[in-house]
Ligand binder design. Structure first.
Ligand SMILES: [Ca+2]
Length: 245
């Protein structure tokens, strides 16, 4: 189904063009069909197959619902009290798992509403491989804690560095945009917009681990286990520029 709605462009487009040419291309893209550089439409209306994998062990579960608020179908990632994880792992484009590539810039956009203001992890830029295959298990982590969206850069050696935060109201929709320039040297960067405000503008960081990285959305926490957690997500998209998402 999603093959009908996802449009392809060369994924290295933004990376290979000069800034001037990229700017000209961006103008062309906005002048021609809308969303022309959207790589992935991960809205819930396309089904849970928009994710390469769904990591929700019973009794946790991913479901789709429509609150009749104009958003159409939305995802609900349900993490029951005492449980740890319910996440959508990476993205599927045209029937196969998308191959992220170091050196590229990816933009992700989505709306999120959470059941509580203490959710634990709601997004990971997760490294491939396990254990000693990592220098960084997750170079970038977002958590909802204490009614804030908090963002960390996790450097090699599991060094957690808080890089920004913004006010988060549970039970209300928030818009998140994340841009990652994926670099295996300390030349990477990422930006986070929360409800239209830039809350993270991090430069000179390592954003691409030895075996590469993939996005994960949902709920994950081994510390916040005494209450049910739900992360509702709408309108997931991935593209090459901020305006795509
Ligand atoms: Ca929707």
């Amino acid at each position: 189904m999603q093959s009908r709605t996802v449009r392809f462009i060369p994924r290295a487009l933004g990376a290979v063009l000069s800034p001037l040419a990229a700017g000209a291309t961006a103008m062309m893209l906005t002048a021609t069909p809308a969303h022309a550089s959207v790589i992935w439409d991960g809205d819930a209306s396309n089904g849970s197959g928009v994710f390469a994998d769904v990591l929700c062990d019973s009794p946790n579960y991913l479901y789709t619902t429509d609150w009749n608020d104009g958003r159409g179908d939305i995802f609900g990632f349900v993490n029951k009290a005492g449980q740890v994880r319910c996440e959508g792992h990476s993205v599927r484009v045209g029937g196969s798992e998308y191959q992220f590539t170091g050196g590229n810039t990816y933009w992700f956009g989505w709306e999120s509403e959470t059941l509580t203001g203490d959710m634990g992890t709601v997004f990971q830029w997760k490294s491939n491989g396990t254990g000693e295959q990592h220098q960084q298990n997750y170079p970038l982590i977002m958590m909802v804690l204490g009614n804030q969206l908090r963002v960390w850069y996790v450097a090699p050696g599991e060094e957690w560095i808080g890089v920004g935060s913004g006010a988060w109201t549970p039970g209300a929709w928030h818009k998140i945009k994340l841009g990652i320039n994926a670099q295996s040297a300390n030349t990477g960067s990422f930006q986070v917009y929360l409800d239209g405000s830039l809350i993270v503008d991090q430069k000179n960081v390592r954003t691409w681990d030895d075996l590469g990285n993939k996005p994960r959305w949902g709920t994950y926490d081994s510390n916040v286990t005494d209450t049910d957690q739900v992360n509702w997500i709408n309108g997931l998209k991935m593209g090459t520029t901020s305006s795509d998402v």
